[in-house]
Design a protein around this ligand. Structure first.
Ligand code: SAH
Ligand code: MG
Length: 194
């Protein structure tokens, strides 16, 4: 079933988490005994399902703004019998009514529009448990952010600039410590300084 979801994603250009990133996420969740997870950007539910399946104790809240992907995610979650463990909201995470969140989270996985990383972070950081972490994926943006690859496309340039600014902002933020992992497309693990 998970393989089928992955196959659909590849065939339909749905940007699901890469295998390396997936293994990394699973490792972090297991090692730290994380059970309450918030995901920004469900796509078709692939990563939410993976995170929920690690343990029956895991609860995943995930938000997706695209209605086709949301519907598919909902269907996939139901077919896997995970509707008790995964709550999916159809909404723009930046407009989402936070009062619907009943508890704080051990892990917040930000995996939605890259240009908005800082906005997602600023909106959801208050929902993080003190000993939890925020994981942000695609920090390198396929080599563009590090300058290994160049582009003349205006939109791509703007996006690269935004990711660079987020990286700079978070790594110089006094409230958080950031660990960079060269996994997949680059991952930040961000924790509150105690
Ligand atoms: N986490 C998924 C992949 C997510 S792809 C996985 O690994 O399986 C990123 C998704 O974020 C896209 O489906 C896109 O529609 C969604 N997205 C982008 N901006 C968003 C926003 N502001 N609010 C909610 N979802 C958003
Ligand atoms: Mg991603």
């Amino acid at each position: 079933m998970l393989d089928e979801i992955k196959k659909y994603a590849i065939e339909n250009n749905v940007p699901i988490i890469e295998d390396q990133g997936k293994d990394f996420l699973i490792k972090i969740i297991k090692e730290n005994n994380y059970h309450n997870i918030l995901e920004i950007g469900s796509a078709i539910g692939y990563s939410a399902i993976i995170m929920a399946k690690i343990s029956e104790k895991n609860k995943v809240v995930t938000i997706e703004r695209d209605s086709i992907r949301y519907n598919l995610a909902k269907k996939n979650i139901n077919e896997m019998g995970l509707e008790k463990q995964i709550i999916i909201y159809h909404d723009d995470a930046l407009l989402f009514d936070e009062s619907k969140l009943e508890n704080k989270f051990d892990l917040i996985f930000i995996d939605a529009a890259k240009a908005q990383y800082q906005k997602f972070f600023e909106k959801y950081e208050k929902h993080l448990n003190d000993n939890g972490c925020i994981i942000v994926d695609n920090i390198n943006f396929h080599g563009f952010v590090e300058g290994k690859r160049k582009t003349t496309n205006r939109n791509t340039k703007q996006l690269v600039g935004k990711i660079r600014r987020f990286n700079e902002w978070i790594t110089t933020n006094d409230n958080y410590e950031v660990d960079y992992y060269d996994v997949g497309d680059g991952i930040f693990v961000i924790k509150r300084k105690m």
